[in-house]
Design a protein around this ligand. Structure first.
Ligand code: ZN
Length: 220
């Protein structure tokens, strides 16, 4: 029997998935966090994820799926490639790991099923669409159907950030009472700098612009 009161969060220790972790904590009795080692350059994000889970009193697991990084070339896992500072015209940014969310969510579903959990939570967003096709709503809905058919289960994939932008994600963090925690203890930066980050990579820019825009509306 699946437990309707428990959820599994795909958790990287970044701004988005940390917001989702606390969103899940509010909406479910029990939350389990799952992080992936996929050969990313900044493996300390997994340690940050573990620390945040501990602080939040959430059961934490890590799964090593580093073969994903070896399937193709991308700048998140290959230290000889410099990460794109801007999205190239008409192509994928070189931070794109093909099929990453497909793998992560499929593995998370099998893992959740073993624990009798059918609610899955992921921080993907179509709004700040960075060129990653497996962050889009159509893909998530399609995968949800596929997972149910594949395992004859009733998984529900929750995407609390799908239609909100970075400023609204900060607003949600604030509502959940974790704005400062997310601001100081998460890692979003492509250059591996915690908290406010390096300041110039695309992830930092998006994060900072969102925060500034949220704080500006809050002051009004
Ligand atoms: Zn950065």
């Amino acid at each position: 029997m699946m437990n309707k009161e428990e959820a599994l969060v795909v958790f990287s220790g970044g701004q988005d998935s940390t917001t989702c972790l606390f969103w899940a904590k509010k909406h479910f009795k029990k939350v389990v966090a799952l992080s992936f080692l996929y050969g990313q350059k900044h493996q300390k994000e997994v340690e940050l994820a573990r620390a945040i889970s501990q602080e939040a009193g959430i059961e934490f697991h890590v799964m090593d799926v580093s073969f994903i990084g070896r399937l193709g070339q991308n700048s998140l896992t290959d230290s000889s490639i410099v990460m794109d500072e801007a999205k190239p015209e008409g192509g994928f940014p070189n931070t794109f790991v093909p099929g990453r969310n497909l793998f992560f969510l499929s593995i998370a579903a099998v893992f959740a099923r073993e624990k009798g959990i059918n609610h899955l939570v992921t921080g993907v967003s179509q709004t700040d669409f960075s060129g990653y096709p497996d962050c889009r709503d159509g893909f998530i809905k399609s995968l949800n159907v596929t997972l149910n058919l594949a395992m004859d289960e009733q998984f529900v994939i929750h995407t609390p950030l799908m239609w909100i932008d970075k400023a609204q994600t900060w607003a949600l963090a604030d509502q959940l009472g974790v704005l400062e925690l997310i601001r100081t203890k998460t890692l979003t930066c492509y250059n591996g700098v915690m908290g406010d980050g390096c300041g110039h990579c695309p992830a930092c820019k998006l994060r900072r612009e969102g925060l500034e825009s949220y704080l500006a509306t809050k002051l009004k």
